[in-house]
Design a protein around this ligand. Sequence first.
Ligand code: FAD
Ligand code: NAI
Length: 479
Amino acid sequence: MASTFDVAVIGAGPGGYIAAIRAAQLGFKVACIDDGVRVDGKPAPGGTCTNVGCIPSKALLQSSEHFEMARTHFVEHGIGLKDLSIDVPKMIARKTKIVQQTNEGILYLFKKNKITFFHGRAAFEGKKENSWQLNVSLAGADKKTETLAATHVVVATGSSPRALPGAPFDNKRLLDNEGALALTETPKRLGVVGAGVIGLEMGSVWRRLGAEVTLLEALPEFLGVADSAVAKEAAKLFKAQGLMIHTGVNITSVKTDGKDVLVEYTDAKGVTQKSSFDKLIVSIGRVPNTSGLNAEAVGLTLDERGFIAVDDDCRTNLPNVWAIGDVVRGPMLAHKAEEEGVAVAERLAGQKAHVDFNTIPYVIYTSPEIAWVGKTEQQLKAAGVSYRAGSIPFMANGRARALGDTRGFVKWLADATTDRVLGLHIIGPMASELVMEGVIAMEFGASSEDIARICHAHPTLTETVKEAALALDGRALNF
Ligand code: FAD
Ligand code: NAI
């Protein structure tokens, strides 16, 4: 006899576990199934984000940033250090501890919300009357299986790294995100294919710890997704840090000879180049996880790129089957997955829910950080929208000078006629936190004048956000 539930969520990443919690809060009987496993065999809920994504990458970014600060900036503060060293295995052990604490936190939240957690892999079996039947292959040596029945199924199976054709990951020399987060010593020569978000974050970690880092990017333009002024500033600052970024590259061959990774490519001028690295991170985007779900057998439709096809409300083509997060269209971000999880649970309860893709913040946790929300200048120009821009460098901010980090700027974009905020673009200290002013402004339909008139604490970095709004109207006070 199958255990029966109102809602079964497949996947306990940020999309799935949050959907499960919200559904349980709304009174549904909920199951969540996840196959993530720790090295000690225990469950590892939290998905890519917790285990091999957001959380571990930020832990290593923090450790490596401390090291870089101690190596290069402490001296300005009068702090002298002798024999500075980095214990990479200890840094990795700290990261692992943070990940495991997060895994345990999620298991606690399941218990607290009376969610039944199954550690294993789920697949659709079929439909009986009004219930979806799921087969769960439980984790563990005894290979047990269990059948669940659920009225609603939320698929939140996430994504996996995309490999270069003919060069599968071995996580010894050819690394995906998991391998890049688990190195136990700093490679001398690190190659990174793809100068996107992972490439820049992981490249920054290992550069700070002493690696010579070369990024090979296919597109002719660096960081084309960001506002072009931000991308230009970032390219200048990253180059000064020692990151070697080559754009317009076409990788023609990747081989390992047991010792080195040999990469052949044509550069932006079409000239053949050969490089050899100790390790090569490949971060060229991710593919949705749909294999093993038995999607075809039950007729679950995928789109032309292999994502589960959904409408604006995350409904699939199958009745009462929903899909959220990285396995569906839209940005592959943990907070986007979470918002979709909440929205689906609320729709199941008959509530109105909405996720506005235009107000999703984007953050790249390099140093300085890069963050934005809304439209870029190039998008507004392409759409023929008339807008005004207001920009202020962090150099004009007292708190930034006291922190010793005056790199970058803040830029607001607002409609030229109505003054409604259309975008906020930041490169600089704590951009990840500052960008929320833009998100809130856009959610509330604020004008740049609204921001300019809000009292901001002094001395804070947020004053640069206010000053940039004043600058939009030509009345900045401190610049
Ligand atoms: P996932 O987190 O991928 O979770 C899916 C879960 O489902 C996994 O545990 C998987 O094992 C499980 N699963 C799959 N199939 C089955 C099945 N059949 N049965 C049972 N379980 C199954 N995003 C940010 O917003 N901020 C960041 O700073 C950030 N940093 C990142 C850094 C790196 C290195 C990477 C790789 C990603 C990062 N991301 C970041 C992206 C973020 O991790 C993803 O967008 C997010 O995890 C997607 O959540 P999800 O719930 O859709 O899927
Ligand atoms: P990405 O899409 O950010 O970057 C991939 C880069 O690889 C692009 O610049 C692309 O042009 C390039 N590329 C593609 N094919 C190539 C090839 N054959 N040769 C050379 N370059 C090639 O994807 P990434 O960095 O793999 O990250 C995956 C996802 O994870 C992203 O969608 C991102 O949203 C998410 N993520 C988010 C983070 C954050 O929010 N801070 C941090 C890390 C990842």
